[in-house]
Design a protein around this ligand. Structure first.
Ligand code: HBI
Ligand code: FE
Length: 296
């Protein structure tokens, strides 16, 4: 009987929520999932797949189907690893939850994606503050089937290991890059604006808000602009960055970031919700498409 891994809750202290990091890799205790756990997966999966066609990019939806993810029950990491291994050489490992950056980067650099082994409780079905199995498995894993995105994720991990050696500003810059692409990224496609970020596709409210609300800014992808931009973790995003393709993401990680970090160290960070003069604004309202000068 493998020891049932403990669910590591964030420590709630008088200074607020302090994430408790546990870096161990745990086997997915698939036989121990309760009927409630599978029912939570089914409810969330069906709810998201109800609204994502036409909102999530086709690469996400097609990959999710291709790898055999269904609403029926919580997928087995071992089953998904067969498909992932064939497609891009990635594999899933079970973890307790958030990992210290260095551990996280090392896994990504070696094409291992850490997935939280436990799923939220029924009373948390609409919102949970930390990444659970649904966020990781439903949100992050399908795009690892896409070769270009899979390459970006590994390059991101390698960049993270380098940044860890450089210092805090470099780490902060990379965390913002992850946040505004992997977690909350949008992509411009011939069919229109679509979602690829895991934090959006795993949230019903934000899947609708990110594309259809007039509140947030939608700005053309620019690595330095992203690395300067602060973000909020407790509300819908005030700014989304829009890529033209996954190839654009991959190209962005090719240069050495050291000169960028040096420039950033001289600049103020930017608030999450403001448009800057030279931003490429993706204009909504009068149909989709890049705003022409002056109509920002
Ligand atoms: N740990 N398990 C896990 N999953 C994440 O997505 C994750 C993490 N640790 C750090 C982290 N993400 C972010 O700070 C990245 O920007 C590094
Ligand atoms: Fe995430």
């Amino acid at each position: 009987m493998n020891s049932q891994p403990r669910r590591v809750e964030n420590l709630h202290t008088d200074k607020g929520k302090v994430p408790v990091y546990a870096t161990g890799v745990v086997d997915q205790p698939w036989d121990d999932y309760s009927a409630d756990d599978h029912a939570t997966w089914t409810t969330l999966y069906a709810r998201q797949r109800e609204i994502l066609p036409g909102r999530a990019c086709n690469e996400f939806l097609d990959a999710q189907d291709a790898m055999g993810m269904t609403a029926d029950r919580i997928p087995k990491f071992s089953d998904l690893n067969v498909e992932l291994g064939k497609a891009t050489g990635w594999s899933l490992i079970g973890v307790e939850g958030l990992l210290p950056e260095l551990d996280f980067f090392d896994h990504l650099a070696n094409r291992r994606f850490p997935v939280t082994w436990w799923i939220r409780r029924p009373d948390q079905i609409d919102y949970i503050e930390e990444p659970d199995l649904f966020h990781d498995l439903f949100g992050h894993v399908p795009l690892l089937m896409n070769p270009m995105f899979a390459d970006y994720m590994q390059a991101y991990g390698e960049g993270g290991l380098k940044a860890h050696g450089i210092g805090e500003e470099a780490l902060q810059a990379l965390t913002r890059l992850y946040w505004y692409t992997v977690e909350f990224g949008l992509i411009d496609t011939p069919e229109g604006l679509r979602i690829y970020g895991a934090g959006i596709v795993s949230s019903k409210g934000e899947s609708i808000h990110s594309l259809e609300s007039d509140a947030p800014n939608r700005i053309g992808f620019d690595v330095e602009r992203i690395m300067r931009t602060r973000y909020r973790i407790d509300t819908y995003q005030k700014t989304y960055f829009v890529i033209d393709s996954f190839a654009q993401l991959m190209r962005a990680t090719e240069p050495d970031f050291t000169p960028i970090y040096a420039r950033l160290a001289e600049l103020e960070s930017l608030p999450a919700g403001e448009v800057q003069g030279d931003d490429r604004v993706f204009h909504r309202g009068t149909g989709e498409g890049w705003a022409t000068d002056g109509d920002i």
